[in-house]
Design a binder for this molecule. Structure first.
Ligand SMILES: *Cc1c(COP(=O)(O)O)cnc(C)c1O
Length: 400
């Protein structure tokens, strides 16, 4: 059993460039040191030598479920309930379509303004396409519980707000939704690998998330979808691709959904990317959710205390109570964009979220208290000297 006895105790498993303090693992996790060799081996020994035989001999076809089983313990889900594939945006669509079909007489989807835009765009696109009179209601995050009533068919929320780190009470909201007869979808993009999760315990019907943030699967790594096991044989996967069919290689002209979570697969899985993800998941072997969460809180508390002690214009945008936030912390600052660019120029990598938030992600596996100290002192220097006030830091880049 690996114990994460201090923040960053598994830093030796990752490549973190010299001179860099990486506080953006909530957006793109760093390179696991074992990933290049794992992908190289997959390409040479499997793709290179086995050619099409790799689908059987190297187990490529089973990887979406096998990797799902390795993600399951990180989200509190049982074996056989999680499968990989596609991108998170696609999984939002797929989960919502299946959820709407479970409540045909209810027409309202409830979400909140703390959701990531793609989730809302996908929901609106699906609703428009269905053209069955559905509507998307978006309320303030603190008003979600009060907005749940018997008109709501589906409650679709992102657990940890991508900007502020504010975290919904997953158990309480799921319970309230179920009491009103609604189906629940949790987006775990900023939760998986960051906060302790108990999907089985909360009994939510669906959960989705990505693997390139805290799970370190690399840019473009596939998304995951969880479906509560009692629904596996009855849900309708709206994206009826051939690899979700019960017998893909029978090449039937008619679709028949596969068994278990397999029916949520769509098409050919990204095998090279999954080889990288598999290496990345090794880092989590034996890491307890309780240790992960405890070290995450040590980091975020130290950062908030450090930044506030600077006595600057930066104002905490995240909940102060660690029980109410995930593993990233944001500060408002009127010059947030330029200040973040100045930080990045000094090797402290966080990011910026409009209109004025500097966001810092803390990954308990590899971020250390030294990272926090270095980030706080760089921020202090930049604010003190106003070195952010330079043309090269003011010009907006395409990816912020
Ligand atoms: C990161 C993130 C996404 C990204 O979706 P992709 O399809 O993987 O680009 C979607 N939703 C949330 C809540 C996110 O945080």
């Amino acid at each position: 059993m690996t114990t994460l006895s201090s923040p960053g105790a598994l830093r030796h498993l990752f490549h973190l460039p010299d001179g860099v303090v990486y506080l953006d693992g909530n957006s793109l996790g760093p390179l696991p040191l074992s990933a290049p060799a794992a992908t190289d081996k997959m390409m040479r020994d499997q793709w290179g030598e086995m050619l099409i035989g790799g689908w059987n001999k190297a187990g490529w076809m089973d990887m979406p479920g096998a990797l799902g089983d390795r993600i399951a313990p990180l989200i509190g889900a049982p074996t056989g309930s999680v499968v990989l594939g596609d991108t998170l945006s696609i999984k939002v669509y797929q989960a919502l379509a299946a959820a709407l079909a479970m409540r045909p007489d209810r027409k309202t989807v409830l979400s909140d303004s703390g959701n990531f835009p793609t989730d809302l765009y996908m929901a609106q696109g699906l609703i428009d396409h269905l053209d069955q009179g559905h509507a998307l209601t978006v309320v303030q995050p603190e008003n979600v519980a009060g907005a749940i009533d018997e008109t709501i068919g589906v409650v679709m929320l992102t657990h940890v707000d991508y900007r502020t780190g504010r975290m919904h009470d997953m158990a309480a909201i799921t319970q309230a939704a179920h009491a009103a007869g609604a189906v629940v979808i949790w987006d775990l993009a900023h939760s998986a690998g960051a906060v302790a999760l108990d999907l089985a315990g909360c009994e939510a019907e669906f959960a989705i998330g990505c693997t390139y943030k805290y799970l370190n699967g690399g840019p473009g790594a596939p998304a995951f979808i969880y479906v509560r096991p009692d629904l596996h044989e009855t849900i309708e996967p709206a994206l009826a691709g051939w690899l979700g069919h019960k017998a893909p290689f029978a090449f039937d002209l008619d679709y028949a959904p596969g068994h278990g979570i397999q029916r949520m697969r769509v098409g050919t899985p990204p095998v090279i990317q999954m080889a990288a993800l598999s290496a990345a998941l090794d880092a989590w072997d034996g890491v307890s959710q309780a240790d992960m969460r405890a070290q995450s809180i040590v980091l975020s508390e130290a950062f908030i205390a450090g930044v506030e002690a600077l006595g600057s214009e930066a104002v905490l945008a995240s909940p102060r109570d660690p029980a109410l936030r995930g593993s990233h912390v944001s500060f408002h600052h009127p010059q947030g964009y330029a200040v973040m660019q100045a930080l990045i120029a000094e090797g402290v990598i966080g990011d910026f979220r409009a209109p004025d938030m500097m966001r810092f992600g803390f990954a308990p596996l590899y971020n250390t208290l030294d990272d926090i100290e270095a980030a706080v002192s760089a921020l202090g220097r930049i604010l003190e000297t106003e070195s952010w006030n330079a043309p090269e830091f003011m010009a907006r880049k395409a990816v912020t």
